[in-house]
Structures are given as C-alpha cells and as structure tokens.
Design a protein around this ligand. Structure first.
Ligand code: AMP
Length: 306
C-alpha cells in the first residue's frame, strides 16, 4: 500500500557525550521515509528545503524508492536547521537552535500522482501544515498517524489540538504526553489524549521502550538494550516510519497488528541510534533486520507455566 510522509527535511547539528557533528542531514520526514522504505516501495514525500540542500541527499532518498515529486526546493532560501545537545543519559536533550527558514512560509502541495494514498504519516512539523495536508487529500486515508514535539506545544497548542482531533494514531514521548494532557500519570494522560481524537496513542520512552494505548488495552514494547548508543536523534521519527511502514505493508490496522508494528518500529529505531544521523538506517540488510526482530522476540518471550 502507498504511504505519504510529510515532515521536515533538514540540516541538524548534534552534540552527544560521544561526539559532535556539523550540519548533517536530518529531519522528521527524512528519518520517517527512510524507515518506511524498508517495508513498502510506495513511499511518497511532501516537504520543503532551500537550495542549500545537497542534491546528492535527495538522490539518496530516491535510491530508497522514495518519490520526491512533492519535495519543494525554494530558490535563494535556507533549509530548516535544528541543533540539539544530549545529556549524559542520552534520554533527554536540549534544543539549542531551531531556525524555521523555509518552513516559515511552507505551503504543502500534494502532487496529483499522490492522491488516493492509503496511509498518511504526519511527521513532526507545524500543526497548521499537518492539517493542510489532511484537507488537501481528495480521499481520507485508511490511517493517519501524527508525530509532534514540545516545540509546537509551546508555540501553537490550539492549532496542535485541532490537528490531533483529525488523526487516528498520535505518537509522542512521555514528557510531551504529560505536557499535552497536564497529567503526570501516563495512564491518565493517555485517556485524556485519546479523548482529544486519536483512537490510538503511542508514548515513546526512549531507552525504556514504548507504550501502545488503544481504548482500555495497553501493550508495552521494550527498547533493545544496546552496547553502543551513539546518537538518539531521529529515533522517534524512525520508529514512526517503521510502525506505519509495517501497517502499510500488511494493510492491517487491527490492534494486534499494531503491536507487531511497534516491534518493527522499535527495531528500526534501535539501528538509528547506533550511528550519527541517518548513517546507520541508510543501509540495513534483510539479514540484519531479521536478526534484530528475533532479538526483540527473545527479549520478551517467556516459556513454561505461570
Ligand atoms: P527525534 O529525535 O525523533 O525527535 O527527531 C529529531 C529530528 O526532528 C531532527 O532531525 C530535526 O531536524 C527534527 N526537528 C527538530 N525540531 C523540529 C521541529 N520543531 N519541527 C519539525 N522537526 C523538527
């Protein structure tokens, strides 16, 4: 099934306890579309960059089968830039710089060839743009998933809630779930957030895994304990791309299949953190993917009677 990914295609500068990068490519749609490309060859991208964005990196996305017809390139403008610094636990970070640049006036255009898309991933982006994309699709997709972050809660909470009301699945981290709901308990937070619209909520907890809420049901997927965590940037977007990519591949949006999708999303995210930026997720072999899924299954499988 086809999947439309919307979000940022960006430059990032990252500092972790293990090193520092100057401008490398990142962005929610970059990570999300690359992750999804491991499950479906029908990933379509809507995003905007300036003419400072390297053509080679656009070709890299295309080499993963990602359709870039919906990627606008603005002459004379600068790409979105984000810079962050991770704390020693690597689970929390400070945003040092957010330069919206081309994002400030981004008007998403949906190419005709994208109409009729079955799955929609609204990656972290301004909620007004996320909403415009939903409104500009002629047909409602089978499933709309949305990711966001504290930045948009701080500056556009009203617009954010309007967009959240339109989606089927919301994925946010634990601190964002607390900020959005005003509740400390994640169970209470989940209830409040699901009342805002989404039937399904995913709360990401970094190295502590992810919770999948749907009505009164909850599923927990651990994160794989890794020997080396180099750079957590993009782990959330990679998770989201892997999750919805698996749903699009299987074309099954049942809760049971979403549980499997959480495992696939977590597996993809576990690759993302092993190297800086997108370096690790641009080349995952079939054997590596299969091996990682089995490591997840082994991690949670219990034998014998209780
Ligand atoms: P994650 O680590 O999954 O939260 O995603 C990190 C990515 O999000 C980076 O590659 C950034 O370019 C991108 N990003 C950071 N801030 C924003 C923002 N306010 N809106 C959209 N994308 C952002």
């Amino acid at each position: 099934m086809s999947l439309l990914t919307v979000g940022t295609v960006a430059f990032d500068a990252i500092e972790t306890p293990f090193g520092k990068t100057d401008k490398i490519i990142g962005g929610s749609a970059t990570y999300g579309s690359l992750a999804a490309s491991y499950f479906t060859d029908q990933v379509k991208l809507v995003a905007v960059v300036g003419d400072d964005f390297p053509k080679a990196d656009i070709r890299l996305l295309e080499s993963h089968g990602i359709d870039t017809e919906g990627l606008q390139i603005k002459a004379g403008e600068k790409s979105f830039f984000w810079s962050g610094k991770y704390h020693i636990d690597m689970n929390s970070r400070d945003t040092l710089v957010t330069e919206l640049n081309v994002l400030e006036s981004f008007d998403p255009v949906i190419p005709d060839s994208y109409q009729g898309v079955e799955y929609l991933m609204l990656g972290n982006l301004s909620p007004q743009v996320q909403k415009a994309v939903i409104e500009r699709l002629d047909q409602k997709p089978k499933l709309i998933m949305m990711d966001t972050m504290n930045f948009w809660m701080d500056i556009a909470m009203k617009e954010l809630k309007e967009t959240i009301a339109l989606v089927d699945v919301l994925s946010i981290n634990d601190a964002e779930a607390r900020q959005l709901s005003g509740e400390y308990s994640l169970v209470k937070a989940a209830k409040k957030i699901m009342e805002m619209g989404p039937k399904t909520l995913i709360i990401k907890k970094g190295e502590n895994g992810a919770l999948l809420f749907n009505g009164d049901s909850v599923f927990f997927a651990p994160a794989l304990p890794l020997e080396e965590v180099f750079d957590p940037t993009g782990a959330g977007d990679t998770f989201a791309g892997g999750f919805i990519g698996y749903l699009a591949k299987t074309d099954d949006t049942s809760f049971n299949n979403m549980k499997k999708a959480v495992i696939y999303g977590s597996a993809l995210a576990s690759f993302a953190v092993e190297k800086f930026g997108t370096e690790r997720i641009i080349k995952i072999s079939d054997d590596e993917m299969e091996d990682r899924i089995h490591r997840f299954i082994d991690l949670v499988q219990l034998e014998g009677k209780f």
